[in-house]
Design a protein around this ligand. Structure first.
Ligand SMILES: *[C@@H]1O[C@H](CO)[C@@H](O)[C@H](O)[C@H]1NC(C)=O
Ligand SMILES: *[C@@H]1O[C@H](CO)[C@@H](O)[C@H](O)[C@H]1NC(C)=O
Ligand SMILES: *[C@@H]1O[C@H](CO)[C@@H](O)[C@H](O)[C@H]1NC(C)=O
Ligand SMILES: *[C@@H]1O[C@H](CO)[C@@H](O)[C@H](O)[C@H]1NC(C)=O
Ligand SMILES: *[C@@H]1O[C@H](CO)[C@@H](O)[C@H](O)[C@H]1NC(C)=O
Ligand SMILES: *[C@@H]1O[C@H](CO)[C@@H](O)[C@H](O)[C@H]1NC(C)=O
Ligand SMILES: *[C@@H]1O[C@H](CO)[C@@H](O)[C@H](O)[C@H]1NC(C)=O
Ligand SMILES: *[C@@H]1O[C@H](CO)[C@@H](O)[C@H](O)[C@H]1NC(C)=O
Ligand SMILES: *[C@@H]1O[C@H](CO)[C@@H](O)[C@H](O)[C@H]1NC(C)=O
Ligand SMILES: *[C@@H]1O[C@H](CO)[C@@H](O)[C@H](O)[C@H]1NC(C)=O
Ligand SMILES: [Ca+2]
Length: 717
């Protein structure tokens, strides 16, 4: 084996961003375990916590009524960052910023306060988190613009929990109805208001039809009556006081060109919600009494004890029992290659231990129950193959992160490469240190045979590092170099020469940290949409590439998926809004995964690379944010809100130069793959970007063609 404890302990400090599943459970009619976390960079403000409590309390009653007495919020946890004053708050156990359902953090773009839900799954799939800015929670003038915070919360909760979509569409605010009339994209269509155009753009403020599109010209807006009779929909405009329900089959507007219709095949939001798992066996509360108000627990993040457990051949019981009350809330990283038939004996103890257990299953014989240990403690699951040419253990350790939301001292992996190198041959490559990183930069080289390879490393200005500069551990076959102070941004080239007279595997891994805590890091998160998959159902692999909260577009993203036995599957992930990729240009790259070579555990690794270029997202926020209400008509008078702050070029993206990242995602399990050859099982996927426009009396249709198998290969039409 090429690893030893010493090797592992050095690497344990390498974290990586990883979002794990929500811990919210529906028990009876009550949602328990909702986690709201405040980012460590948010300055302390004594009003934030009371305003969160007020928001959730209002939301709970509104939600209860909107779901016809089916669900409300009960136990809520608010996670306060370590950067805030201590105040006898509780100590977190399995809660961490990275797992939060709701985050409070700096805005997505500089002057924006739009609440939004990070949602890039299919219809009915859960979102990742809801993002509120501190200003949204503190500035009461924003209530006129977005509606009351509790109502906004229920709107976002429906995105997050039930995978429904908005019923407005800022890109397509109008449509031509079946009666050949121009209408505002909305639900229900009973909502009343007037069409108004800014005086600057249209004469006398009247909306004018554009003869090419048949729709109103730019500058025209639909201004709602403040007082309405229509009671839906919450996915449209919960800020209207009459709106207390979701659109259902009786009033759903199937003509509106919005995401809900596009993604959910014209099904109403209420019908989509009712078909979610929450309502399979849930019954409305009987009687007329209101549910109890939510209960809040306040916890404050603190440093976590990390304990590494290598290969427990005896029993998991020992590991958990030895943890006393002091270490509850610690993190255990369990690295195991063996079988342990008694794992399930300690499940209840594990569950009560208050520890988070991350699992690294090594090789193909690791016990089958391991995944459950991580599942019940909110830990992560990884699988490392024992193939010699992969750095899988190094990569996996980079996948275990401090998860506090503080990226200023977080290590990121830039390179992970390995190659079987012939006698006296060399292995060389160039890695890019980008402008966001450079502190604590490590180069780590490993080899197999009892002979130190020749290592040469050149920095961007030509300075040369050789074996003399590296710290060498010949017993572990490993050498490492920490670049003093800040590693220079640019291309670094390494050449590792095999000095042995037979061929061997040489590997190189490079990690670094943020250069300055005020510069956001370029980060990559890797995950699949399922933890267990049954053939022939397909999976989706996702990579989220971002700079702070901003998406990075146009990167080359390659997924390497390794089974227990057999060759890795290589996929190029795309951000093109077609096939598995729901939203174009949101920095989330996706691809279907369906051609499995066998059953068992699979590991996931991503390589992300980008040249020196800048592509700005358009619109600046790719996920549909809460509606910015232009104004209302009240007693026949138009009352306009302050206009939406405009997005300035510099706000949406800075020039980053070229960069690269290597990231491991959680492992997953595939079963029911037949052993023999199989016939063409896979249909082309659904077209989700179909469009039509008129030009010179012709209708031009456009769409991205799916593949023969989902989004891969060439379909025939
Ligand atoms: C509750 O919902 C019903 C419709 O289902 C509505 O008539 C009623 O006004 C709502 N009550 C409140 C307090 O929002
Ligand atoms: C919710 O909180 C109450 C009071 O703190 C507690 O009694 C109850 O067990 C909690 N429920 C859950 C599911 O955690
Ligand atoms: C609401 O309903 C009332 C009574 O039916 C009617 O008088 C009023 O005009 C309606 N308001 C709107 C905005 O449609
Ligand atoms: C974790 O376990 C629960 C209950 O056993 C199951 O419903 C859930 O799907 C599991 N989650 C994952 C991610 O495996
Ligand atoms: C950053 O992390 C390193 C290694 O864990 C530690 O030595 C250093 O003190 C940390 N720096 C800060 C500013 O927290
Ligand atoms: C690696 O070495 C080969 C042969 O010496 C050379 O052609 C190539 O340019 C080198 N690549 C890098 C990235 O330095
Ligand atoms: C490699 O070198 C060792 C001694 O260092 C020698 O015993 C062995 O025969 C050599 N192998 C080859 C393939 O030349
Ligand atoms: C970090 O960047 C900020 C703004 O760019 C600058 O003011 C500050 O001096 C930098 N800090 C360090 C330690 O370089
Ligand atoms: C990205 O992919 C394109 C096309 O495959 C290729 O031309 C380009 O060199 C790649 N860029 C990087 C940084 O790897
Ligand atoms: C990126 O390109 C710009 C101009 O295109 C250039 O000024 C800059 O130096 C380049 N940066 C790097 C790191 O190559
Ligand atoms: Ca995308």
């Amino acid at each position: 084996r090429k690893t030893g404890p010493g090797f592992v302990l050095i690497l344990i400090i390498h974290p990586l961003l990883h979002r794990s599943r929500s811990a919210v459970e529906l028990q009876g009619n009550a949602y328990n375990g909702l986690l709201i976390a405040i980012n460590p960079q948010v300055p302390e403000d004594e009003k934030i916590i009371p305003n969160i409590k007020e928001m959730i309390t209002e939301a709970s009653f509104y939600l209860f009524n909107a779901t016809k007495r089916r669900v409300y919020f009960s136990n809520i946890t608010i996670l306060i960052p370590a950067t805030w004053k201590t105040n006898n708050y509780g100590k977190p156990k399995q809660e961490s910023y990275e797992k939060a359902d709701v985050i409070v953090a700096a805005p997505y773009w500089k002057h924006g306060n739009d609440p939004y839900t990070l949602q890039y799954g299919e219809c009915g799939e859960k979102g990742t988190y809801i993002h509120f800015t501190p200003k949204f929670l503190l500035k009461d003038r924003l209530i006129d613009i977005y509606g009351s915070r509790g109502r906004v919360f229920v709107h976002e909760w429906a995105h997050l929990r039930w995978g429904v979509f908005d019923e407005y569409d800022s890109e397509r605010p109008f449509y031509i109805s079946g009666q050949n009339q121009v209408k505002a994209t909305r639900c229900s269509s009973d909502l009343t208001g007037i069409y108004v155009c800014e005086e600057k753009i249209c004469a006398q403020g009247n909306c004018v039809i554009n003869h090419v599109t048949g729709l109103f010209k730019e500058g025209c807006k639909f201004i709602h009556d403040k007082s309405q009779n229509a009671s839906s929909s919450i996915m449209y405009m919960p800020s209207l006081s009459s709106v207390v329900e979701f659109c259902d089959a009786s009033n759903h507007n199937t003509e509106a060109p919005n995401l809900q219709n596009k993604m959910c095949s014209y099904k109403s939001t209420w019908d989509t919600i009712m078909s979610s798992a929450d309502f399979k066996s849930n019954f409305p509360m009987i009687g007329t009494s209101l549910p109890p108000p939510p209960i809040f627990s306040l916890l404050q993040s603190q440093d976590r004890v990390i304990c590494l457990v290598l290969d427990v051949s005896s029993s998991m019981n020992e590991v958990v029992k030895n943890r006393d009350a002091e270490t509850s809330g610690s993190t255990i990283v369990l690295l195991t290659a063996g079988e342990d038939s008694s794992i399930s004996n300690c499940f209840s103890e594990v569950k009560n231990s208050g520890s988070v257990i991350h699992i690294i299953a090594l090789g193909s014989s690791a016990a089958k129950e391991l995944e459950q240990l991580a599942n019940m403690t909110g830990g992560l699951n990884f699988f490392a193959t024992d193939r010699l040419d992969s750095n899988s253990l190094i990569d996996v350790f980079s996948g275990i992160l401090s998860r506090s939301g503080d990226t200023s001292n977080q290590s990121v992996q830039i390179e992970s490469a390995g190659e079987s190198t012939g006698a006296y041959k060399h292995f060389n490559k160039t890695v890019t240190i980008d402008s966001t990183i450079g502190k604590n930069t490590f180069f780590v080289v490993t080899w197999q045979k009892n002979r130190l390879p020749d290592i040469t490393l050149l920095d961007p200005s030509g300075k040369r590092y050789t074996n003399e500069d590296f710290e060498i551990d010949s017993g572990l076959h490993r050498a490492h170099l920490q670049i003093p102070e800040i590693a220079e941004a640019g291309d670094w080239t390494y050449v590792v020469t095999n000095t042995h007279n037979s061929s061997q595997v040489l590997t190189v891994a490079v990690t670094s940290r943020a250069v300055n805590s005020s510069i956001p890091l370029i980060t990559v998160k890797a995950h699949t949409n399922k933890v267990v998959n049954f053939y022939p159902s397909p999976m989706i692999v996702y990579a989220q590439v971002s700079h702070g909260f901003g998406p990075i577009l146009g990167a080359n993203v390659t997924a390497i998926i390794e089974p227990e036995d057999g060759d890795p599957i290589i996929l190029k992930l795309l951000d093109n809004g077609a096939g598995a990729d729901v939203v174009k240009d949101d920095g989330v790259y996706s691809k279907y995964l369906f051609s499995f070579s066998g059953n068992g555990r699979y590991s996931l690794k991503l390589h992300v690379q980008q040249d020196n270029k800048t592509i700005r997202p358009h619109p600046p926020m790719p996920w549909s944010p809460a509606m910015y209400i232009p104004g209302y008509v009240e007693n026949g008078k138009i009352q306009m809100n302050a206009p939406r702050p405009s997005v300035n070029e510099d706000d949406s993206q800075v020039r980053l130069g070229s960069f690269s990242r290597t990231v491991s995602g959680e492992s997953f399990i595939v079963s029911s793959v037949p052993s023999g050859p199989y016939s063409d099982m896979f249909p082309p996927c659904k077209v989700i970007d179909f469009g039509a426009r008129t030009e010179d009396n012709k209708i031009i249709l456009s769409w991205t063609a799916p593949g023969d198998d989902f989004d891969q290969g060439q379909g025939r039409f």
